[in-house]
Design a protein around this ligand. Structure first.
Ligand code: ATP
Ligand code: MG
Length: 394
């Protein structure tokens, strides 16, 4: 008997001829996510992936936590792998039930059997019935409830037999690296980490860009963005974080442009710089955390003027979402607590009291013509610091 992890994946099964490519990526991403936890074998078989530790000291619980963050994984179960003989199945089913009762106050159960191995001499209902009876006989405190059982003992009879009771949901999506690369404009706020996570979930590799206005924003604000990137990397694998010095650009805009245009011109500069970085790293799109109407710079008019600064597609996965929905995701993916730390963002340093909510592109272009944007932007790109962020210990 061996304790292993069963990994289920879903949507990529639909990918027809490309299926082996998607599965290969998923297996690879799984191996990478488990790096450093001990020796392990990752085997794909019949539409599932089995993670089999090779030593006794394997960090099993951490492996499960990591696997639930790999995109493409639908759910994960810790399972017992045993030989497909009915005596063995009977013996171990009881052991697993006893073990569960040591940790939980369960009163009712049912057995659910799937028989993939048609050479096995008993049919599924018969296996379930016999195992149920065997457990009832040996654990008198339990009774069967087929509708709302406290636990289900799943028995899958294949070449080997797998017994388990727990199905831990994961995020689904597509394996990272199956859908190209995009550049995420990552602030220290609540929205952009969620936006990046949503796009990454679809298999898109992410590079992050952060605009940093030292000394108007502090070292700690930068640390916060590094931490947010680290959390994202626990889902995506290592992420390059580009820290762009933005102070000079902001000072210049602040000095030469009308106050009510500051935010929109600044946001256009961010887009232009991000697009350049995207081209340099081979990314095909930009991602932001904007949503319609949330603030003055996110009215439809403002978004249109911001968009006009670049020719690359800009993905805004939160575009139609309410803040509460975004917060719910931020909590679930663990970015919320870091996002609400009270360090300033460069957008909050130079802001007008009454920013334009309906900017006109022609007027914005006229203001921009007073700036030496090209020089400032090239300087900012040149002085960008790139940090490779890897998932933390946990
Ligand atoms: P967030 O919570 O992501 O900060 P927000 O609702 O506060 O978003 P804004 O501050 O207007 O909105 O920013 C809109 C988007 O612009 C952000 O979601 C992010 O993609 C990008 N952005 C804003 N500030 C920065 C920054 N300092 N560095 C990189 N991207 C930024
Ligand atoms: Mg913000």
């Amino acid at each position: 008997m061996k304790r292993i992890i069963l990994v289920r994946y879903g949507e990529i099964i639909l990918k027809g001829l490309n299926r082996p490519v998607f599965e290969g990526k998923l297996v690879n991403n799984i191996k990478k996510s488990l790096y450093g936890l001990g020796k392990v074998e990752v085997v794909k078989s019949q539409g599932r992936i089995y993670v089999e530790p090779l030593g006794e000291d394997y960090e099993f619980d951490r492996a499960i936590a990591k696997l639930t963050r790999v995109f493409g994984v639908v759910s994960v179960s810790p399972v017992w792998k045993i030989n497909s003989s009915f005596d063995d199945i009977k013996f171990h089913s009881l052991e697993v039930a006893k073990d569960l009762l040591e940790r939980n106050r369960f009163k009712t159960f049912k057995v659910e059997t799937k028989r993939g191995n048609k050479r096995f001499p008993m049919e599924s209902p018969e296996i379930s019935r016999e195992l149920g009876a065997h457990i009832l006989e040996n654990i008198p405190s339990l009774s069967v409830d087929v509708i709302h059982p406290d636990f289900i003992l799943y028995v899958e009879v294949r070449e080997f037999t797998y017994i388990y009771s727990e199905i831990i949901p994961a995020n689904g999506g597509m394996p990272i690296g199956t859908n190209g690369k995009a550049v995420l404009l990552l602030s220290g706020g609540i929205d952009s980490p969620v936006a990046g996570w949503m796009i990454a979930k679809r298999g898109v590799e992410i590079e992050a860009v952060h605009f940093y206005s030292y000394p108007y924003t502090s070292e700690r604000a930068k640390e916060k963005v590094i931490e947010l990137t680290r959390i994202l990397s626990s889902y995506c694998g290592p992420i390059n974080l580009h820290i762009v010095p933005f102070t000079d650009i902001q000072l210049e805009i602040n000095e030469k442009c009308p106050q009510d245009q500051l935010t929109i011109i600044m946001r256009r500069a961010m887009m232009v710089i991000s697009e350049r970085i995207a081209r340099a790293v081979g990314a095909l799109a930009l991602v932001t955390g904007e949503s319609v109407g949330q603030v003055a710079s996110q009215t439809i008019q403002s978004l249109a003027v911001t968009n006009a600064a670049v020719s690359m597609p800009v993905f805004r996965p939160l575009i139609g979402m309410d803040k509460n929905d975004v917060i719910a995701i931020a909590r679930r993916i663990d970015t919320f607590e870091t996002s609400i730390l009270p360090y300033e963002d460069c957008c909050t340093v130079f802001v007008a009291k009454h920013p334009k909510t309906k900017p006109q592109l022609a007027k914005i272009l006229l203001s921009e013509s007073r700036l030496d944007m090209e020089l400032l932007i090239s300087k900012a790109v040149e002085n960008t610091e790139v940090i490779k962020i890897t998932p933390g210990k946990n």
